[in-house]
Design a protein around this ligand. Structure first.
Ligand code: C2O
Ligand code: CU
Ligand code: CU
Length: 564
């Protein structure tokens, strides 16, 4: 009897101890300005007591720094790939030239530096970056490669909103993972353990005031039906592409893979209390990512169709720059007028199976992704309606690159106010029809496409993706024969800077790469600006090639040079 009692006491107290051990939420560092360097590395992290976990990250050992960009400025990214594998880095939500987008066509081989740049035209909001290598998206995301982006602009800055990063403006990247008994990441669409910013069982201390959370669903597959365990209301202020017209009070918000939402939560006068941010996923259907429950197999997981804690919050003293009320009006979004749409594209989502009896794979327009096939050509400056009809038995977050869109209808009705802002991911429920309107402005490119796909990384990797070119007839490839550009490199041999000398008019350069005799790529320079020369100081001495692609005819011309 006594023995049993002691055993009971031991089990009881150890359970209690386990339930109370939280880890402090990690807040990624920020980088701001106009020049940014991200280095993708294979690394490891102490995630669980015992063995460290093999991870990959940008500049650190999980995710990457939060990048802070100012609308209107031109930013220069330097991306070094120090991974064992090729990768890409996609700026999710950004409106930018396709060649800078970081989709599956902008592959960065190992030990190569990619230098995209563009002018920030997106609204203030929360965006993110992540790898997008075809068929490797899940694996690379799983290893920890992802990061958050905050864009600021004058409209958002003029509002009285919490914006002290890490204090009352908190980035929360939600995902989940499975771990092996030796603490390694077990590749799977769903994890057994919830994580925020890579931290298991996280807790965070918030001041007793209005706090803003920038929530990203960075999961491989899962959606989270967000809410608080005391049933409180919170205020949605921003969707994927920026501020809503006015805050929208909700008690729950369903976020699916790839989506972002900014919410305001009032902790005023709650010092000393605790509240949990929850996923109320017990209410999800079998057809929803996170609601699909399986007794075994690759999709079985501990968190399936149940309610669980995402983040434990402890409320402490307020700080001096707290706001006492929230604005009732945020911005005035002007969406493209339906009358201005020149066409409606009808897309379908359906289930397919490779082999009879095999689990379904999901496809868009009855066709698996084909890397070399461009599904659509969108004329530059088109305003279009995209109508997505699903016959799938499962629900899919549909994402499109290049544009932010406005949802016109969900199953024939108008979208609820929280989905009435700018979006780049729309959740298309099983058997639903959704339409949105978007304008494809500014950037035409007849070589590099933009993607649209399901943001469930597993589905994307399996081919639930398509691509489109934005094309300008005037600058597309045509039959005019252009003179061969004449150029030479100097000095040659070169030391730190390599200059290009055009014999006649400087030509419009589309791309420059620097390779060696073995075909290894060292630099990828889309639309390079080389007035001051190309910095080759990091190259080892030897023989190299500079490959220059002319924008007018997309031909590539090669010159050799020696690095001293
Ligand atoms: Cu966030 Cu094409 O992806
Ligand atoms: Cu994207
Ligand atoms: Cu999907």
């Amino acid at each position: 009897m006594k023995k049993h009692f002691i055993l009971f006491l031991f089990l009881f107290t150890s359970r209690l101890a386990l339930a109370q051990t939280y880890n402090s939420l990690w807040i990624p560092d920020t980088l701001s300005g106009t020049n940014f360097t991200l280095t993708a590395v294979d690394t490891f992290k102490q995630m669980i007591p015992g063995n460290q976990t093999i991870t990959a990250a940008y500049n650190g050992n999980w995710m990457g720094p939060t990048l802070i960009w100012q609308k209107g400025s031109t930013i220069n990214m330097t991306v070094h790939n120090k991974l064992q594998d090729s990768t890409t880095i996609h700026w999710h939500g950004m409106h930018l030239p396709a060649v800078m987008d970081g989709g599956p066509h902008q592959i960065i081989p190992p030990n190569t530096t990619w230098s995209p740049y563009w002018k920030i035209t997106n609204n203030a909001g929360t965006y993110w970056y992540h790898p997008h290598l075809h068929m490797e998206a899940q694996k690379q995301l799983e290893s920890g490669l992802a990061g958050m982006i905050i864009i600021r602009d004058s409209i958002e800055s003029s509002l009285k909103l919490p914006r002290t990063y890490g204090v009352d403006d908190i980035p929360l990247a939600l995902t989940d993972r499975k771990f092996t008994s030796s603490n390694q990441i077990n590749s799977a669409p769903y994890g057994d353990s919830m994580m925020v910013n890579g931290v298991l069982r996280p807790q965070f201390t918030v001041p007793a005031q209005w706090v803003r959370f920038r929530i990203l669903d960075a999961a491989i597959e899962r959606s989270y039906n967000l809410g608080f365990n005391d049933g409180r209301s919170f205020y949605m202020i921003s969707s994927d592409g920026g501020l809503l017209d006015s805050p929208v009070a909700v008690k729950k918000y369903f976020i699916s893979a790839g989506e972002r939402v900014e919410i305001l939560v009032n902790f005023s006068h709650q010092k000393g209390s605790s509240v949990d941010l929850m996923a109320y996923n017990s209410t999800l259907a079998q057809s929803e990512p996170g609601g699909d429950a399986f007794p075994n197999g690759p999709f079985e997981n501990y968190l399936q169709r149940k309610d669980f804690t995402i983040l434990h919050l402890n409320v402490t003293d307020s700080n001096s720059n707290s706001i006492s009320s929230i604005p009732t009006k945020l911005t005035t979004n002007i969406f493209p007028d339906v009358a201005s749409a020149v066409l409606t594209r009808s897309l379908s989502i359906s289930d397919s199976s490779d082999r009879p009896g095999a689990p379904p794979k999901f496809i868009i327009n009855h066709k698996f992704f084909d890397y070399n096939y461009y599904n659509y050509s969108v004329p530059l400056n088109n305003t279009e309606i995209w109508e997505i009809s699903s016959t799938s038995n499962f629900s899919h977050p549909f994402h499109i690159h290049d544009v932010e869109f406005h949802i016109l209808s969900i199953d024939g009705g108008t979208a609820p106010p929280q989905l009435q802002g700018w979006k780049d991911v729309v959740y298309v429920k099983s058997k639903q029809k959704v339409s949105f309107i978007a304008r494809f402005a500014d950037y035409a490119d007849s070589l590099h496409p933009f993607m649209y796909h399901c943001h469930i990384a597993l589905h994307e990797d399996e081919g639930m993706m398509g691509q489109f070119l934005v094309e300008n007839e005037k600058t597309g490839i045509n039959n005019i024969s252009y003179p061969k550009p004449n150029f030479s490199l100097f000095p040659n041999p070169a030391n730190n800077k390599l200059m290009i000398n055009f014999d006649h008019e400087p030509i419009d350069v589309y791309y420059i790469t620097i390779t060696d005799i073995l075909g290894r790529t060292y630099f990828m320079l889309p639309k390079p600006r080389f007035e001051n020369g190309i910095d080759i100081s990091t190259l080892k001495p030897g023989n190299y090639f500079l490959n220059l692609t002319d924008n007018s005819n997309k031909q590539t011309y090669t010159r050799s040079f020696v690095k001293q």
